[in-house]
Design a protein around this ligand. Structure first.
Ligand code: PA5
Length: 402
């Protein structure tokens, strides 16, 4: 169960929201025609039954034999998987096999340390790129393949390298065909940042023991939250029109940090276009109350917060306080919102009962729906990211290919 509170700490009245009704209905109608990159709207167009079966089979083979699965990808090709993996992984322990991420930076130090770390371990690789041509993952694959070719035969590599990419085009697809690697398909009508519930995210998560079927079930059931997702998109739009140009995704469970990274990408790339959009930032509380909190309480009033609270974490009794630790954490999220409201900063609350696949699948769906709806409300096309190519163009001009 996910609960929403968009009233207690937000000054947006029903009349303001009502004025969006007709526009929202029209947008919804357009979205459900699924003419744009909207196949994530239905779980059966995120992944076919056949692909899901194959994914589970390959994942169970990898689970049996791997110490480490290296997921290579950047942006939408890794953030969703990393976000969900971290939510389920222990703070001080790792899943077996451990999932490691690469291909999201160009750091030679990172590459050296990764090669060092995988020494003596049984390694599998899942390289993810929809276009199959992105620089960072190509470089990471280059580095890792060079190492793995020293250890494993070509036959062995065929089962150890799994490529998730376009069904027919791109350099990665060509390489996979040539070398005989196992492949999964990124559906044509799903863009990177909306792809976590396709083979892009589901394969590595299944390897980590996080159930793909249950995540999909959660997303399917989240249709019931669509009205709340729309209300959230509308309130954001109203706050934006009042000069609130920064949104903080604020969490009280540090495990959700990477989920805020995923949200930042989802909303920034979906809506930051044509000189418009809300800039997403994040806070991990209570840590950041002792740093960014000062700015939020008393600084420039351009911020509002979207707060994610996990209501039922494990209980822990304390010697000096009557409430247990988990209850204090939830209580603090409420008092902070009150304090911030006193400082003219609104907070919108998303309260999830617990971290399990069904809740997380639902959260993913509802934020994807809100991001797309928000993009249409801003009159931008939600599913491209043209601004990303400018740096790529300049880098490509300076890169020398061997
Ligand atoms: O949301 C997006 O489409 C992007 O963030 C992409 O996921 C990212 O640029 C990686 O692209 P690709 O999967 O083609 O390597």
């Amino acid at each position: 169960m996910i609960k929403f509170d968009f009233n207690t700490y937000v000054d947006v009245n029903e009349q303001d929201k009502e004025s969006y009704k007709q526009r929202v209905e029209k947008i919804k109608e357009t979205m459900y025609k699924k003419e744009a990159l909207l196949d994530w709207l239905d779980t059966d167009t995120c992944i076919s039954n056949e692909e899901l079966k194959k994914l589970k089979k390959v994942a169970s083979e990898v689970r049996k034999d791997a110490d480490v699965l290296i997921v290579i990808g950047i942006g939408g090709s890794y953030l969703g998987a990393k976000a969900i993996y971290d939510m389920f992984n222990g703070y001080f322990t790792n899943s077996k096999p451990e999932i490691i991420f690469a291909g999201f930076n160009m750091s030679a130090e990172y590459a050296h340390e990764l090669l060092e770390y995988i020494k003596g371990k049984s390694v599998y690789v899942n390289v993810v790129s929809k276009s199959g041509t992105t620089l960072e993952p190509s470089v990471a694959l280059d580095v890792i393949l060079k190492e793995l070719k020293k250890r494993y035969t070509n036959e062995e590599l065929k089962k150890r390298i799994i490529a998730t990419t376009d069904k027919e085009k791109g350099t990665l697809k060509e390489l996979a065909n040539k070398e005989g690697y196992t492949t999964f398909v990124v559906p044509d009508n799903i863009g990177g940042r909306y792809s976590v519930l396709s083979p892009v995210g589901l394969f590595p998560l299944e390897v980590a023991g996080i159930s793909a079927s249950k995540l999909l079930k959660g997303a399917k059931q989240a249709k019931k939250y669509e009205d709340s997702a729309i209300e959230y998109a509308v309130i954001r739009d109203i706050l934006y029109s009042r000069g609130k140009t920064i949104e903080s995704y604020t969490v009280y469970e540090p495990k959700l940090y990477y989920f805020t990274e995923w949200l930042k990408q989802l909303f920034a790339e979906t809506q930051g276009k044509d000189g418009k959009g809300i800039f997403p930032v994040s806070m991990v509380n209570t840590r950041d109350l002792h740093s960014l909190g000062q700015f939020i309480q008393e600084g420039n009033k351009m911020i509002f917060e979207s707060v994610l609270v996990v209501e039922n974490t494990r209980k822990l009794k304390l010697e000096h306080y009557k409430q247990d630790l988990s209850a204090i954490n939830v209580m603090i999220s409420d008092r902070v919102a009150q304090a911030h409201k006193n400082g003219e900063v609104s907070s919108l609350f998303f309260k999830i009962e617990k971290i399990d696949e069904e809740h997380v699948g639902a959260l993913v769906y509802l934020f994807e729906f809100a991001a797309a709806m928000g993009g249409y409300l801003l009159d931008v096309y939600p599913f491209d990211q043209p601004g990303v190519s400018e740096y790529k163009r300049l880098v490509n001009e300076s890169l020398e290919v061997r």
